[in-house]
Design a protein around this ligand. Structure first.
Ligand SMILES: [Zn+2]
Length: 64
């Protein structure tokens, strides 16, 4: 699947990432057709970069 990924401080890009997998019996996989980043992602974009890792997936505003 494609996802917006964190690549470094102030750098994001759309990349191909592994499809999600069920890991626990209570997990569900939901097909999302669109997503966005919002104001809270801006903290990850710069202020919280010590907690980020290259290729972390951003976005929690799903549609679809
Ligand atoms: Zn949000």
């Amino acid at each position: 699947m494609k996802a917006v990924t964190w690549q470094g401080r102030r750098t994001v890009s759309v990349e191909q990432v592994p499809d999600p997998v069920i890991q626990e019996p209570t997990d569900a996989i939901v097909r999302i057709t669109s997503s966005a980043i919002c104001g809270s992602d801006l903290h990850l974009y710069e202020v919280l970069t010590p907690y980020m890792h290259k290729n972390d997936v951003l976005g929690h505003e799903p549609m679809g």
